[in-house]
Structures are given as C-alpha cells and as structure tokens.
Design a binder for this molecule. Structure first.
Ligand code: PEP
Ligand code: MN
Length: 349
C-alpha cells in the first residue's frame, strides 16, 4: 500500500507510522517529496489494514494497490470459474449462457407454474427460478408461500427437467431449502447481510449473489469474498440494476458496464437480471441482449402465466407467448455470439 502523509506531517508522526509498519514486518520505501512524504509499504495486510494506518495522525491517504477481494480476484485465479451441475449444465468460462426463468413469487397454482416450466424447457432454458421467501418493501405485500412454494417448484422442475433457483432470506431456512433448491439466491437487500453470506458460504450449493441497490462494484465483490472466505467457491454474481436519481421510466439503472468490469477483475461468472434491472416488460429483451453481448454468462428473467394477476412483479414479467418469442431471438443471439467468439479466437490464433 502507499501512504501519503499530510503536507505538514511532523517527523515524529512520520516515524510513528514507519515504526508501526516495520514492527509488523512491512518492507518500507520512503520518498520525501517537496510537499508530501510518501511511504511505500509491502507486507501482509490481513493484520495491518489500510483502515488502521489511516487512523494515525498525519496520514492523508492510504492507497491500496492490490484489490481487497482476494479469492474473487482474477490476479489470484486467472481462469474463469466454471460451475458444473450433475446434469451437465455449466455456468461461466465461455459456456453457452444459461437462462433462469420463472415467476417472481411461486403462487398457489401448480398448473400455472408448470406452464411456465414447460415453456422454459421447450425454449432451452436450464433453470426454473421463483421466490418462496419474498423480501418485500411493505409488510402488507405478499411475503411468499415458503416451503409449500419450494415443493411446487421442485415438482415442476423435476417434471420438466430443470434445475431450481430460489432466494434465501434467513440462515435458519437453509437446511430445509437445500432439499429443494439447486442454487441459492441472495437478494439485493441482503448483499451485506454478513451472517447470511457466511451461512451460505458454509453450504455446498452454488450461490447467486445479487448486486445491492447501492453497491459499488468493489463492495459487491467483497460481498462475494465473504461467501468464498467461508468455504464456498461457487458464487455467481448478478447485475440487477442500482438506484439512481431517475426512476421515472425504469425501476433501476442497469449497469451494463459492470459486467465487463467484473470480468476484468474477477474470475466469477456474471449474469444479468433485466426484469429487476428495469422494472419494465418491454425492456427485458433489449437489456438481456445487451448483457449477453458484453459477456454475461446467463440471464434471469421473470415469466408468469398470467402477469396481470401476479402476486408480485407482474409489470416486469413476460407472459408465456412473449417469452417464447424473446427466447427464440435470445437463443439466436447466443449462437451468433458463440460464432463471433470462435472467429475472434481463430483470428488471434
Ligand atoms: C427477486 O429476484 O425476486 C428479487 C427480489 O430481486 P432483487 O433482490 O434483485 O430485488
Ligand atoms: Mn421479482
């Protein structure tokens, strides 16, 4: 790390910082400029964090050269993480992008869910996704059917040959959920619920971690680091839009650039969720395509057999006929992306 001292830092203050670092086995290079003194310190930052150094009087700024997310970092693991399921489906590493689709909430209507699951399978999707525990802004809104919903989802997924994804809100539900679920989802509102992150870190199921409403990319990757640090390397990051000042036309601002940025700095797979990212049915297709074009490893889309009567997020759900058309075009796009990638690697040699 690089420590920049205040222009009027005293010799005693500078020496105190140097002594502290040396006592903690840091190698020091010292530059006394005309205005600022700069200390270049190389050593183990697990005990001496930048935060501790910045607490010393006379320290103006501490700059970290290596990113603080170590396990999630591409410096540490240059090759993409690929998550493989027992049925052969793979996420990441340039494999065919996956599609995770289904209603926002699993409702008390098995036939309706089965219609969605059958359409999903027919369209080449790999995952049935739906909520059993819903993180709703208002306590008066539908909160999810819990285990009953998971049972429905497992049954519909088994009948059609799909894998399942559902959100966990409480660590005490994990054991029960793991009986029904192939991939656990941590929702945007829980991205910094560290106890929950630690709990899914101890599970042997892959985890989709959604970007928080106001997470920076670094915070997002550090949240993934919490899961990985606790033993679970199978984390899939999901860009689902962030809050901004303009919500007149879209629910969130989908940060498309975050996908190639994350891929540059991390080896973890990244998917996009244009339903929550935009809140608008008509924007699902263009934004899913945009995400795939910039390198997303998959899409998450809300689909409902009767969106006008959905218990949550009907406005950002595709009805089944529209979903089928959208998937035809998305599948075609994926083939073209695959073709372009092959041409590119052939040209590069
Ligand atoms: C969801 O996926 O249904 C959901 C509530 O999403 P988010 O956490 O991104 O708001
Ligand atoms: Mn939803």
């Amino acid at each position: 790390m690089i420590i920049i001292m205040e222009r009027n830092a005293s010799d005693i203050q500078i020496q105190k910082v140097i002594d502290f670092l040396k006592n903690n086995d840091f190698e020091i290079r010292f530059n006394q400029g005309q205005v600022h003194t700069v200390i270049d310190a190389i050593g183990d930052k697990t005990t001496v964090t930048p935060g501790r150094i910045s607490a010393f009087d006379g320290v103006k700024e501490v700059k970290v050269i290596r990113e603080p997310f170590r396990l999630a970092s591409r410096d540490r693991k240059p090759d993409d993480t690929v998550i493989e399921f027992s049925n052969g489906v793979k996420i990441g590493g340039g494999n065919k992008p996956v599609s995770m689709v289904g209603p926002c909430s699993i409702e008390d209507d098995y036939e309706g869910l089965l219609k969605v699951a059958s359409a999903a399978k027919e369209a080449g999707c790999e995952f049935l996704r739906g909520g059993a525990f819903k993180p709703r802004t208002s306590p008066y809104d539908f909160q999810g059917y819990g285990e009953k919903a998971l049972k429905f989802m497992r049954k519909a997924a088994d009948e059609t040959g799909l894998l399942t994804v559902s959100e966990v809100m409480d660590a005490s539900d994990l054991d029960m959920m793991c009986d029904y679920i192939d991939v656990l989802q941590i929702g945007a509102r829980n991205v910094q619920n560290f106890k929950l992150l630690h709990a899914v870190g101890k599970c042997n199921k892959p985890v989709i971690l959604k970007r928080g409403l106001a997470s920076t990319i670094r915070e997002f990757l550090l949240a993934a680091e919490h899961i990985m640090y606790n033993g679970n390397p199978n984390v899939i990051l999901c860009e689902r839009g962030i809050r901004s000042f303009d919500s007149a036309f879209t629910r969130n601002v989908m940060d498309i650039a975050s996908i190639p940025v994350i891929k540059k700095y991390s080896h973890l797979p990244v998917i996009v969720d244009p339903s929550h990212g935009t809140g608008q049915r008509y924007l699902i297709e263009p934004m899913a395509k945009a995400g795939l074009i910039v390198g997303a490893d998959g899409i998450m889309i809300e689909v409902h057999h009767d969106p006008e009567n959905a218990l949550s997020d009907g406005k950002q759900s595709l009805p089944i006929p529209m979903f089928k058309d959208v998937m035809t075009r998305i599948n075609r796009l994926n083939e073209n992306i695959h073709y372009e990638k092959n041409c590119l690697s052939a040209n590069i040699g």
